[in-house]
Design a protein around this ligand. Sequence first.
Ligand SMILES: [Fe+2]
Length: 485
Amino acid sequence: MMLEGSSILLVDDSPETLELLSDCLSLSDCRVMKADTGNKALEMLKRNQVEIAIVDINLPDINGISVLDAIKQHDPTVAVVMITGYPETNFVVNAMKKGASDFLIKPFELDKLMMVMMRVSRERQLLVENKTILDRLEDKKKIELLNRRLQKKIEELTIMFHISNKLNALSIVDDVYEKMVQIVREILEVPSCGYYVADKEKGEMVLLVEKRKSEGLPNAPKMNLSKDFLSKTTLSKGFIQRDDRLYLPLIIKGECIGFMSVGGKQGNGRFSEDEIFLLKLITEKVSSKIENRMLYESLYNSILHTLSSLIIAINRRDSYTEGHCGRVTAMSQMLAEVMALQDYERQTLRIVGPVHDLGKIGIPDAILLKPARLNLEEYAVMKDHSIYGEEIMKGFEILTEEARIIRHHHERFDGQGYPDGLAADEIPLCCRVIAVCDAYDAMTSDRPYKKALTKKDATAEIKKYGGSQFDPDVASSFLSMQEVG
Ligand SMILES: [Fe+2]
């Protein structure tokens, strides 16, 4: 195989990741070098021959993109694969511009890693061949051919980026099968594409979605789920050809859940190796998307259930908190809309909004329900609610980010807030959004010890404190929302 004997530089500050990658690549007979900081990686690069580098974006000393930059400057033929936890479009585009060959999204699966490595190594070989020939200034035609092949690889990479992007942009309500069929039609321009669910009990394949180029074409055929469809060979090969159609299994935890079917090609009806490669890539990505979604939904639902019982508990004690949290959630979601925030932030706000004051559960009645303004000592106790809230949320492993948001929901843009006195960009964006909505709702609510401000006066306060208490951008978006509303 192509990877054998390759020199690979691994750059990651997590010893576990380094070990895992190194074990896996050593098994493929690669020569592996490990660095846990960017500077060490650059040192190694000077002293060793490196063909492929795998670089984590988060490093303790220098940022992964700078490492990518330095590697490419040192030797442009080194293929660089970036590791990232959250693939954000800006980052991906930036890294691609700087010459990254591909991305591994944490947590990554080892077969995906191998697929990426094989592709990257193939691409690099093209690049190196191209370069040596250029160096010698030999056969012009060969260079042209190689350039064309290289160009094709770049196109392939762009297509793959497009696929990942489309799939990553899917929200929880989108139909993933519908989207898959649509992506295939867009990329390969096959006349017909459909998705069959495998009903193993009845031995049937049930057509779920289908897209055809024109009405004149025959429908996707009725299919029986014969044994060879589910045979080990088909599942490991990733496709099976029947007549002029190709069937590619979607596999989740070793189980085939259904098949994507493409066909109707003119001519001999055969698919090229490249087309099959792309189709396999799509079904693989869709499978992992579905798997993540299933996992996420079941965890998510049970956690929301637990959280809602906590909310009920606190609402029984303090009816103000109940209405307050509901209003803050609604407002922060509208604000997220106005600010055109990413899905990720919107989802976080949806979860955190209703429970941002959850930690009040740990505040004694005498303080929480006091019908008068709190004195300094009592206020100090009250402040702890953001830390209590964080502690409760931290109990759920998948809510660590949400826990962090709760901890910091009373930070101020100028650094005068609590509990950590974070300022400006150090404060998570969701907290800066909640802070404005939280303050507005508190100002416009009647409390036993103070009368509510009018909406107009409260809005004026938000304007006044934009840039000191509040993030100026969030505050001005809030103001524009008030004008419309
Ligand atoms: Fe609070």
